[in-house]
Design a protein around this ligand. Structure first.
Ligand code: KG4
Ligand code: ZN
Length: 398
């Protein structure tokens, strides 16, 4: 099966072509093109939604064209057809399904990807599958680590997933493919947002996460710094699985304001960044480990843009390995942590398999009826599909 995936939920215009072989099971990412708008938004110190949508409009067709051009197996052949009509016929022959992010995200950005996907689905007469961006982040884990020939990964579920990005910080219990329970989330800022905002306070530019990580890496040993910077670890001991990062941001703001002279020193900035990163990592790791213990999870999944952070990857993995029950630890390769379309294609495939199982689909026509382009709705506030919601009382009773 060949899936074309499109992602435009925020400030990355992305398209990917993935081939899935069933027997033996194999995933091949044939192309994965991401056009980042970072340079454009850097001038504003953050993402400007209106600008993001306009740039998506400019980039979406070149990105799709590039994705086809990189698609070695068939792509070079089809995109070399001189006539558009022949190209269209060839793609229509080869592609089985289109997957597109329909939320959560910036409404105007989402609309660009969804409208292009609808158009292609209409012209090619293909099923169009809506994919939740957060599920996409989770499925990025399976890009390279799934043992070939095993679609059913042994001892994967229940999995505790930490989804940590610029817009979200959530702990989700994944009981099976497509079956989730939300167990905790941030009550204010997301962890990535906290990095972005504190980096701005320190004049480190946008996006803040990689900038803070780079500064922190230059000053690993906070202990020997001549500066003493201690930041709070908000909600680290709270009796739930929620997070809060706005207090951390405010603490940095007060420190930078009250220590203006020091804030000019490189060593101070590096010490501060190391402490910001460690404060966030401490809370993220503590709550995830607590959830893994509480729910006796067989695996721990770390995903989302902030999962590209080396300190978070290493420290969470170490703590997971130290658990007596030794859950598996899954994290996407760094390039698939931040927004991309391959993760949307991966989520699409697993959703296809589950739908096929549940609805006993035999023909392509039946699939096209379920995933019809006319049915797609864009929802900027889309939540991860909750199978059942655990209430705080149930959590307390556990
Ligand atoms: O998942 P993503 O690409 O977009 C959203 O869905 O939000 O995540 C972007 C976020 C930004 O806040 C960025 O600062 C953060 O991920 N990020 C990082 C790193 N790389 C990206 N945070 C910490 N360390 C990194 N290496
Ligand atoms: Zn994302």
């Amino acid at each position: 099966m060949i899936i074309l995936a499109i992602e435009t939920s925020c400030d990355e215009t992305a398209a990917s072509v993935i081939k899935f072989t069933e027997k033996p099971f194999k995933i091949e990412i044939l192309s994965n093109v991401v056009s980042s708008q970072i340079q454009i938004h850097r001038a504003f110190g953050g993402i400007v939604p209106e600008v993001a949508a306009r740039v998506h409009l400019e980039k979406i067709l070149p990105v799709l064209k590039q994705a086809f051009a990189n698609w070695h197996e068939y792509g070079h052949k089809s995109h070399q057809f001189a006539k558009i009509r022949d190209q269209i016929r060839e793609y229509s022959r080869i592609i089985d399904l289109i997957a597109v992010t329909n939320g959560p995200g910036l409404i105007t950005s989402l609309l660009v990807g969804v409208e292009v996907a609808k158009t292609l689905a209409y012209i090619w007469q293909k099923p169009l599958m809506p994919i939740n961006h957060l599920e996409g982040h989770i499925y990025a884990c399976f890009a390279s680590q799934i043992p070939n020939s095993k679609f059913q990964i042994p001892n994967l579920f229940p999995a505790v997933c930490l989804i940590v990005s610029g817009g979200h910080t959530e702990l989700v219990l994944m009981k099976d493919h497509g079956r989730y329970e939300k167990i905790g989330q941030t009550r204010d800022d997301a962890a990535g947002e906290c990095f972005d905002k504190t980096a701005k306070l320190l004049n480190l530019g946008y996006p803040g996460g990689p900038a803070i990580a780079a500064q922190a890496a230059k000053y690993r040993n906070i202990e020997i710094s001549k500066y003493r910077v201690k930041l709070p670890r908000p909600m680290i001991n709270s009796n739930d699985f929620d997070f809060s990062f706005s207090g951390l941001k405010t603490a940095v703001l007060y420190k930078v304001k009250s220590e203006k002279r020091k804030a000019k020193s490189k060593e101070y900035i590096r010490t501060m960044c190391a402490e910001i990163q460690q404060a966030a990592v401490d809370v993220l790791v503590a709550k995830t480990i607590k959830a893994a213990r509480e729910f006796k999870s067989k695996s721990v999944i770390l995903c989302g843009g902030v999962a590209a952070n080396s300190a978070l990857r290493q420290q969470l993995e170490t703590k997971v390995n130290n658990l007596i029950t030794k859950p598996q630890f899954w994290v996407p390769p760094k390039n698939l942590c931040t927004d991309n379309a391959a993760m949307i294609g991966l989520a699409g495939y697993f959703k296809f398999i589950k739908t096929q199982e549940h609805k006993n689909i035999k023909t392509k026509n039946e699939l096209s009826k379920i995933f019809n382009w006319r049915k797609i709705k864009v929802d900027p506030n889309l939540e991860i599909p909750i199978f059942s919601k655990i209430t705080s009382r149930q959590l307390a009773e556990k």
